[in-house]
Design a protein around this ligand. Structure first.
Ligand code: DOR
Ligand code: ZN
Length: 275
């Protein structure tokens, strides 16, 4: 190493490289009343993050080159850390041009497809095929569609298991790179572990799914998707982070206003600054 210009004595503190958060929801634009790029990336830097990846469920969502360009343009000269942008493809045909415009990867929400987005197995396979061809990655919110609208079962253990199994069956045919977002159940993690050595899959977990369960935060303020599960799930997630079967800790930073949390039970909460 060359000599340093400046020497800083960190005493007994731990020193880390800048953190990377692969799962954040920066609000800005139409959702600026919750947070904007300045406040959101300030929270990132305060939490030790120097790079964050932004999820595409903005309003409108980042499903086209036009929206991706708009997002990048809004971020330019405003953000305080590095940022990469996920896109959500409507079909396989969108992949190449979104990559050319700088898409860092692709995300699908199995339980909540966007307008005009067909998440039938056939269309998902077409998307996977193009992602593989272009050496990109598909990040999956793994909660099964068949439960959406049914508040009893939405975000249940079963919804996660069904969705992971469905994606694994498709990956067995296509073998594109898959990243499972915010794994929250013991069973879900077990299935991923079983297939990790043969398939090109990785997964992440959030601090809240590793440290809290449904008994810790059962009110609207503790509601997130996937929701907080049982103590046994929480213990498996924490164990998975420690033993390395969970590849990444990601915050799923998703702020809302207090009124939205209280009255509308909006899912998610901030995570960047508190991680
Ligand atoms: O808790 C969540 N909040 N889960 C999601 O999938 C979306 C996110 C948000 O954007 O509010
Ligand atoms: Zn998220």
């Amino acid at each position: 190493m060359p000599d340093a210009d400046k020497i800083f004595n960190a005493k007994n503190n731990l020193i880390f490289p800048g953190f990377i958060d692969v799962h954040t929801h920066m609000r800005d634009s139409t959702l600026e009343y919750k947070e904007n790029f300045v406040t959101g990336t300030s929270a990132a830097v305060a939490g030790g993050f120097t790079t964050i990846l932004d999820m595409p469920n903005t309003v409108p969502p980042i499903t086209s080159v036009k929206e991706l360009i708009h997002r990048k343009h809004t971020a330019k000269n405003t953000i305080l850390c590095n940022m990469g942008f996920y896109c959500s493809p409507l079909s396989g045909k969108d992949i190449k041009e979104l990559i050319n415009e700088g898409a860092i990867g692709f995300k699908i929400y199995l339980h909540k497809p966007f307008e005009d987005q067909d998440l039938s197995n056939n269309n998902i396979m077409e998307i996977m095929l193009e992602i593989k061809k272009n050496n990109s990655i598909l990040c999956v919110h793994a909660e099964d569609y068949s439960f959406s609208g049914n508040s009893e079962s939405t975000s249940s253990n079963k919804a996660e298991v069904l969705a992971i199994n469905k994606i694994i069956n498709l990956v067995k045919q296509i073998n594109c790179k898959i990243h499972f977002a915010h794994i929250s159940t013991h069973e879900g993690l077990e299935i991923i572990k079983k297939h990790k050595n043969v398939l090109n899959i990785s997964c992440e977990a959030t601090p809240h799914h590793a440290l809290l369960d449904k008994n810790d935060a059962s009110d609207n303020f503790g509601y997130c998707e996937p929701k907080l599960k049982d103590k046994t799930d929480r213990e498996s997630i924490l164990k998975g982070i420690i033993d390395g079967s969970i590849d990444i800790v990601a915050t799923d930073h998703a702020p809302h206003t207090i009124a939205e949390k209280k009255n509308l039970k909006k899912p998610g909460f901030p995570g960047l600054e508190t991680t």
